[in-house]
Design a protein. Structure first.
Length: 350
C-alpha cells in the first residue's frame, strides 16, 4: 500500500455518531494512503476514539479527493506535515473551491528561476493569476492561565445559577477583579431576565438566566473565539464549568494589525513578475475587529510600497463552500492590478 502498513483502532460508537461503517472507515483510510503516500501516517489518525480524529479523516478525504487529479497535486500533498497541517489544508480547501471556476489550476506551480513559488496558479479566460495562501495561528493569544486566574477570583462572588459572561479590554489586577465581582454580586440580586448588567469602557458582563445550578460533579474548560455582536471584535475566550456554575471569560482586546501585516509581508517573496498576485489569508482564527484588520491591510498599500500585491483575500471555511461572504481588498497601486475576470471569482458572495 502506498502509505505503508498500518493498523486501525476505533470506537464503534464514534463511527455511528457520524454515520460511518467499519468498511467505510477502511475505504477512507485506503484512499488517503494512496493520495498522501509517505505523508499518510504523519497527518492521518489511524486510531479513532474521538470525533475529532474521525472528522479529520472525513475532511481530508472529501477535500483531497476533489483535487487529487489536478496538475501539481502530488507536489502539494508532499507539503503535508503535522506542524504545517492547518496551513496546507487551507491551500487544499482553496484549490477545491477554485476547481470548476477556472479554466486551469495548478498546485505548487513550477516557476522560472528568480521568481517566487506560490501555492496556486490559475488561468481563466486567458488571464493568469498566482495565489499565495497564509494561515494565521492564534495559540500565542490563548490566555488560558490568565482566564483561569480571573475565573477563580470572580467565581467566588457569584452565588446564583445563572450563566455569566465576562469580557474585559485590559488584563485586570486581582483587586480589580474582586471589585468587579462585588459589584456583580449586588446587581445579580435584582436580575429578572437575560441581558447585560455591565457594559462600559472596561468591562462587559452578560447574564443568561438559569433556574438551577449544573451538576457540581461536572467540571471542565472549553476554548473558544468570541465575536462581539455589535462591534464584530473577536477575542480569545474560555468557558469554565465548576461548582455547578458556568462562567465565560474573554479578553484582553487584541491588536492584530502587526500579526496580519507580518503574514502579508511573508508572502511577498512568492510574487511572480508580470502576473496578478493574490495573497489569501485564512480568517477563521483571526482576532480583533474585521474593520480594523481591513483598514490595516489598506494602509500597507502605497504608491511605492507593496505594489506587487494585486489583492488580499480574507477567506474562512464557510466562504470556501459558498456560505459566507468574501473580504477582498484590492491594491489601487498594484503593478499588475486585479482583472475583472479573476476578481469576480471572489466577489460572487460579497
Amino acid at each position: 500500500m502506498s502509505g505503508g502498513h498500518y493498523k486501525i483502532s476505533f470506537n464503534s460508537g464514534i463511527l455511528q455518531a457520524r454515520g460511518v461503517t467499519e468498511d467505510g472507515l477502511r475505504y477512507y483510510l485506503d484512499r488517503l494512503s494512496k493520495i498522501l503516500n509517505k505523508r499518510f501516517l504523519e497527518v492521518v489518525p489511524t486510531t479513532v476514539f474521538d470525533t475529532q480524529s474521525l472528522d479529520r479523516i472525513l475532511t481530508l478525504h472529501e477535500i483531497l479527493s476533489s483535487i487529487k487529479d489536478l496538475p501539481g497535486a502530488n507536489r502539494h500533498f508532499c507539503e503535508y506535515t503535522q506542524p504545517q497541517f492547518s496551513a496546507t489544508l487551507f491551500v487544499s480547501r482553496f484549490a477545491s473551491f477554485l476547481k470548476g471556476k477556472v479554466d486551469r489550476i495548478e498546485l505548487e506551480p513550477i516557476t522560472l528561476d528568480g521568481e517566487g513559488n506560490p501555492d496556486i496558479k490559475i488561468e481563466r479566460r486567458g488571464v493568469t493569476a498566482f495565489i499565495e495562501c497564509k494561515n494565521i495561528e492564534t495559540s500565542q493569544f490563548n490566555n488560558q492561565e490568565e482566564h483561569k486566574n480571573v475565573f477563580d477570583l470572580f467565581e467566588k462572588h457569584i452565588n446564583v445559577p445563572h450563566q455569566i459572561s465576562l469580557s474585559y479590554k485590559n488584563t485586570p489586577t486581582e483587586d480589580q477583579v474582586n471589585t468587579l465581582g462585588a459589584s456583580v454580586h449586588k446587581l445579580l440580586k435584582s436580575v429578572t431576565s437575560t441581558g447585560s448588567i455591565i457594559n462600559n469602557d472596561d468591562y462587559s458582563v452578560h447574564v443568561q438566566i438559569r433556574d438551577e445550578y449544573g451538576d457540581p460533579r461536572i467540571s471542565g474548560m472549553m476554548e473558544m473565539i468570541v465575536e462581539e455582536v455589535n462591534s464584530g471584535e473577536r477575542v480569545p475566550g474560555h468557558v469554565f464549568l465548576e461548582n455547578g456554575k458556568t462562567i465565560a471569560i474573554q479578553g484582553p482586546e487584541i491588536d492584530y494589525k502587526k500579526i496580519l501585516q507580518a503574514k502579508i509581508r511573508d508572502a511577498r517573496n512568492q510574487h511572480v513578475s508580470g502576473a496578478i498576485f493574490i495573497t489569501a489569508i485564512n480568517s477563521d482564527l483571526m482576532l480583533g475587529s474585521t474593520k480594523n484588520n481591513i483598514r490595516c491591510v489598506e494602509a500597507m498599500f502605497q504608491p511605492n510600497q507593496n505594489t506587487r500585491y494585486s489583492c488580499i483575500v480574507l477567506a474562512n471555511n464557510r466562504s470556501l463552500i459558498g456560505e459566507d461572504r468574501w473580504q477582498t481588498i484590492s491594491n489601487p497601486y498594484a503593478a499588475v492590478p486585479m482583472n475583472s475576470t479573476i476578481d469576480e471569482i471572489f466577489r460572487k458572495n460579497a
